[in-house]
Design a protein around this ligand. Sequence first.
Ligand code: NAD
Length: 362
Amino acid sequence: MTNKLAILPGDGIGIEIVREAIKVIDVLQKEFGFDVEYEIAPIGGAGYDAAGEPLPEATLKLARDADAVLLGAVGGPQYDDLPRDKRPERGLLAIREALALFSNLRPAILYAQLADASTLKPEVVSGLDIMIVRELTGGIYFGQPRGIRTLDDGQREGFNTLVYSESEIERIARSAFETAMKRDKKLCSVDKANVLEVSELWREVVERVGLAYPEVELSHMYVDNAAMQLVRAPKQFDVMVTGNMFGDILSDAAAMLTGSIGMLPSASLDENGKGMYEPIHGSAPDIAGQDIANPLATILSVAMMLRHSLDEANLADVIEKAVGKVLDQGLRTADIETEGSTVIGTAAMGDAVVAAMQEMGS
Ligand code: NAD
């Protein structure tokens, strides 16, 4: 069956890095038997320029009809003065919402070749490979009621609601257990059950879902301890699952352990495993158009897409091994430069990955 992809480069370096990811997809098609069709559409500022909306209707239709979506990044200073509902970032939130992408998979992988890039000691982080599964469409970022109100004494009060239903917890827990089954079968659920009733229910439901996954070793950790453990001994973790706000914070901390946001992909999945794949970084307007952006996070997003939405784990391996080989050769974009390495540009990095893949194919 032909895999249909929607490719949405977005703004800034999004355009350059997605161009390199497309080279990789083309090689998979031509030389590795990957049956694929793709169409490219604007989102973010590019969507606004093309159709007056950060998520043009035609782009959303393409994404809905596709088996998976690859996104670059959105945003740029030229759009900062637009009304809130026209801003590029709104396009991103709107597409996540429209496609019901509730499960956010954020790996933090530190390639041994880049151990020096981390601010932590190499022995603490070398070989790090964690997957954080963050609930993306619920919790305190969406809970009602919310707002700022004036109290009787005249002062104002801000309030938000942290709420999770059993079904919301169940589906993110299932997504996390499924993810753990594809990895080392170790899952740590992060909550604040010593203080929050929501977390009490979270823990109970995660335990219940876990009964269907007896092979997965489940543990629980309070979020404050998880934050400490992530910087003390991060290699103790395999898969972590948590709610929207805790996940937002912990996944950024975990990403920073690796020292390079130009290397990290992410996935956002719906209930059927359809997903949107994107680098964790933004559109980096400060370096856009200069052929210096690191395309590897986007190329690795293609690998995640193959593994999590398209059931092509072997092809995902090809990409990930090719990236490893390129790093072994000492090739680096400027953001991941290490001592004695050779710094190359965005396009040359894409070409190097393609060449490494071709070597494997031949
Ligand atoms: P950013 O991630 O774009 O950049 C942060 C820093 O990292 C910059 O110095 C940048 O040059 C560098 N960087 C990022 N990606 C890189 C890469 N692939 N290779 C080399 N260096 C890289 O974050 P920011 O500067 O806070 O935001 C810039 C714009 O991106 C804003 O408009 C913001 O709203 C948007 N943004 C979009 C997304 C998204 O599309 N998912 C995420 C975050 C920020």
